[in-house]
Design a protein around this ligand. Structure first.
Ligand code: ATP
Ligand code: MG
Length: 555
């Protein structure tokens, strides 16, 4: 992996350097702790690259641990997709996949320890009462009526909770901390609640489930995590994290360090909102190529390298920030510019008959696969008397700025000849249905002998070998930069976020495989859709345009 000089530096790595230098730790152990209640998104990728990247660079270890304490919202599909996505991004966790639910028995034991120490009690306030008793930032809370119940009594009640003796919402186990704390999370937080829910890992074994704050710190400690990296919304909860570990018998106390979340313009990142998009059929699924999910980005044609590079560029700080979509797009464009072979695709075909070309003739013209990289080789493209060009590449009249084909003008066909537009054929409604052109036979790889200047180059495909293809041209899913700030984020979905076109591609693309990127000359970067494309029907997704032209006028 990255050698020392090329490693990212950030405040978290500085803390780790200090801890290793001082001997506080001799090695680094991190973890990535997703809740399996949705697919991973680009924000998670930031956390994955941080946690796994640190483990790699420091020869440490990184665990994958499912934080699975909300069985009703979680499922095995999410568990599986998360593992697939972490691997796809290029990372491998240490040892087996872990689950917080692996520790349910130990967690129960620690809750019993708190009860025995007089530091936890069973509370019978309902949700509304609990809110009322909690107080607010200016007013201290007041004690629950059962706050001072004896440990023996609490122990019996807690055992009864586990045995199914109470209904959901009837009672909860709370840590006894400080009802006047300026940190609301310290005002006797609930650490266990009753829930008669089937769990994807533990089945029906439990009808009480530990809360996140209680579970997370103990799971970290049981796994010997040295640095527990999380996002800023857990800053206050660090008090609770430390309080729990300080008050139970456990010989490890990880350091929680918070960093800012990734926010991306024109995207929503909360799993709840992403789930809504899926459920309301605004998108075709979690892996819809417009989704900011890892699965969506993969299907769109993003590469793991581009996502890792993006994570590196945005860095890790404590400042709240919103990253421009163009920053993500720049990463994939740079990666694909170097890696993607060039190919010909016509998205909006216009028939061109070359009247002076032999009627039955086909010749094969040599076409480099990459203009800047000879090692990518070349292929032979068929050329013949009927070809297709893109409708946008022809105009009957145009000013000098228009460098494509104009009636009575010339243009070069990429990797082939110069043609001259002689005649426009229209249907009864006046729509252009065909062009009649002539070609200049001596112009294969040569300028016209008569000295005329040909400034434009356009792409094309030969008719008899062309393969029909569907093109899915994607744009931003939302029409405003910060959809999450809207009252109804569904109201600002961009109606043109997907435009489907039926066109043609060169014959070599008949075998296009998903995750093989192409640069369709002059169109953008595309890849075959990993669900819908097959040899009978090619479907290509636009990964990204050739340039950052969003919000700018077309020339
Ligand atoms: P959501 O906001 O969608 O509910 P979450 O934070 O609850 O997300 P988790 O599955 O708990 O999702 O996240 C796993 C890890 O990924 C956590 O450590 C979390 O801090 C981190 N993470 C989640 N979203 C982002 C983000 N936008 N930027 C950076 N890290 C993130
Ligand atoms: Mg979370």
């Amino acid at each position: 992996m990255a050698d020392a000089e090329h490693r990212p530096t950030n405040f978290i790595r500085q803390i780790i350097d200090t801890d290793l230098a001082s001997g506080k730790h001799s090695s680094v152990q991190t973890r990535f702790p997703p809740e399996p209640n949705g697919y991973l998104h680009i924000g998670h990728a930031k956390s994955i690259c941080l946690n796994f990247g640190i483990a790699q660079d420091y020869q440490g270890k990184c665990n994958l641990r499912f934080d699975d304490t909300n069985p009703e919202k979680e499922n095995v599909e999410f568990v599986e997709s998360i593992q697939r996505d972490v691997n796809w991004l290029g990372f491998q966790w240490d040892g087996a996949v872990r689950y917080s639910s692996d520790y349910f028995e130990q967690l129960y034991g620690y809750a019993v320890e708190l009860i025995n120490k007089g530091l936890a009690y069973v509370c019978f306030l309902n949700n509304e009462q609990m809110r009322e008793y909690r107080g607010n930032l200016t007013q201290p809370g007041k004690a629950s009526p059962t706050r001072d119940t004896s440990p023996a009594e609490n122990l019996a009640l807690f055992e009864k909770m586990r045995a199914g003796g109470f209904k959901e919402g009837e009672c909860s186990l709370r840590a006894k901390i400080d009802m006047a704390s300026s940190f609301m999370c310290m005002r006797d937080p609930v650490i266990y609640r009753v829930k008669f829910a089937h769990h994807h890992q533990t089945g029906d074994k439990w009808c009480i489930y530990p809360m996140y704050d209680f579970t997370h710190c103990i799971s970290d400690a049981l796994e010997g995590i040295t640095h527990s990296l999380c996002t800023l919304e857990f800053q206050d909860n660090r008090r609770l994290y430390d309080w729990i570990l300080d008050n139970i018998t456990i010989n490890c106390h990880p350091q929680q360090i918070e960093f800012s979340r990734l926010n991306l313009e024109y995207a929503v990142m909360s799993k709840r909102k992403l789930q809504t998009l899926v459920e309301q059929n605004v998108v075709s699924g979690w892996d819809d190529p417009r989704m900011p999910t890892i699965a969506g980005l993969r299907r769109r044609g993003y590469t793991p390298a581009a996502i890792r590079e993006f994570a590196k560029r945005i860095g890790v700080t404590k400042q709240d920030n919103v990253i421009e979509m163009s920053a993500l797009e720049a990463c994939i464009r740079e990666d694909l510019d170097a890696k993607a072979p060039r190919a010909m695709a016509v998205l909006d075909p216009l028939k061109v008959t070359i009247t002076n070309y032999p009627a039955e003739g086909i010749e094969w013209v040599e076409s480099p696969n990459h203009p800047k990289d000879d090692t990518m080789g070349s292929r032979k493209l068929p050329f013949g008397p009927v070809i297709y060009i893109d409708r946008a590449d022809f105009r009957e009249e145009a000013n000098k700025k228009y460098k494509r084909l104009v009636l009575n003008g010339d243009v070069r066909l990429r990797n082939a000849y110069v043609i001259h537009a002689d005649e426009v054929v229209k249907d009864s409604e006046g729509n252009i249905v065909e062009l009649k052109c002539s070609y200049l036979p001596e112009t294969l790889g040569e300028n016209p002998a008569d000295g005329r200047k040909v400034r434009g180059v356009i792409h094309w495909v030969e008719a008899s070998h062309a393969v029909p293809a569907e093109f899915r041209v994607y744009d931003r899913l939302f029409s405003v930069a910060n959809p999450a700030a809207e009252d109804d984020f569904l109201a600002v979905v961009n109606p043109d976020s997907l435009v489907v076109k039926q066109g043609l591609v060169e014959p070599s693309l008949q075998q296009a495989m998903a995750e093989q990127a192409y640069q369709f000359e002059r169109e953008g970067y595309y890849c075959a859709d990993n669900r819908d494309s097959n040899a009978d029907k090619l479907v290509f997704n636009r990964t990204v345009g050739l340039r950052d032209s969003w919000g700018k006028e077309e020339e």
